[in-house]
Write a protein that binds this ligand. Structure first.
Ligand code: IPE
Ligand code: IPE
Ligand code: MG
Length: 250
């Protein structure tokens, strides 16, 4: 780890990988070439996350809204995903990386689902470092799916409607057994969340960088982590309270 990096390392970093298309267009290349280069960055950053000691890295790879892109681009993205999964399996095992997904993966092409399931199964035991791919993910669909599951549990007598603790409801989210993101990074200069982890990111620190995803490097990740280290996470308290915590009343 570089000595310039703050020792305050986030447990969970989530990244909105944006700018593949513009990266390609700037070079007079087809958009898919940007996606291809983006896959290389996924490899680099997955490795970098492990090296700096993250516990969880979530990458927003395909949103529910992305189906509305031109069909040839959607097809190419699905092809790339399958290729990536096939190619990375050995690396995941060698580097002890657990793969997880969030999103409606049941609606992905059968070939992609097959490789996803195989990789998830093969890496299930590795608990030190988890790579979460957000695939066919949308925060609003996640809330709908969670609410349905919660309602079904209430109907089956397994949950109580008057239990309004967030800890209870959040068990029905895709992220049930994952920590909330501490830091959300978005590349490409856009400063929006685009339906990504809206509930889980309630208290995440946000870092936006102009770098397009294919150019995003380990140094850029370290810079974002360093920026995170300078932030004071107050969770509704005052700065003075954080500095001098009073013991809670008996
Ligand atoms: C991110 O890059 C990849 C996906 C959303 C799948 P984009 O494809 O959105 O690139 P831009 O934003 O058009 O440059
Ligand atoms: C968000 O990027 C989705 C992913 C990175 C997978 P988009 O490029 O789809 O987001 P918008 O359309 O610019 O908000
Ligand atoms: Mg984009």
């Amino acid at each position: 780890m570089s000595s310039s990096v703050s020792p305050k390392i986030p447990q969970h970093v989530a990244i909105i990988m944006d700018g593949n298309g513009r990266w390609a267009q700037q070079r007079g290349l087809p958009r898919i070439e940007g996606h291809r280069r983006g896959v290389e960055t996924v490899r680099t950053i997955t490795d970098a996350g492990r090296e700096i000691g993250l516990h969880t890295l979530t990458l927003y790879a395909f949103s529910v809204e992305n189906w509305n892109r031109p069909q040839d681009e959607v097809g190419a993205l699905m092809g790339l995903l399958e290729y990536y999964l096939k190619k990375e399996l050995n690396t995941f095992i060698k580097n002890r990386i657990r793969l997880r997904t969030i999103g409606r993966t049941q609606d992905l092409p059968a070939g992609v689902q097959k490789h996803l399931n195989h990789t998830i199964e093969a890496t299930r035991e590795f608990t030190d470092y988890t790579l979460v791919l957000a695939l066919n993910y949308g925060a609003r669909t996640e809330i709908i799916d969670a609410t349905r599951a919660y309602a079904a549990a209430v109907a089956a007598g397994k949950a109580k409607l008057n239990d309004d603790a967030w800890a209870t409801f959040s068990r029905y989210l895709y992220t049930a057994d994952l920590p909330d993101p501490d830091l959300i990074i978005r590349t490409s200069g856009e400063t929006r969340l685009s339906n990504f982890l809206l509930m889980q990111g309630a208290y995440a620190e946000l870092v936006f960088t102009p770098v397009f995803w294919p150019d995003f490097s380990k140094a850029d990740l370290l810079a974002a982590v360093e920026e995170y280290g300078k932030r004071e996470r107050r969770y509704g308290l005052t700065s003075a309270q954080l500095k001098n915590p009073t013991p809670s009343a008996p």
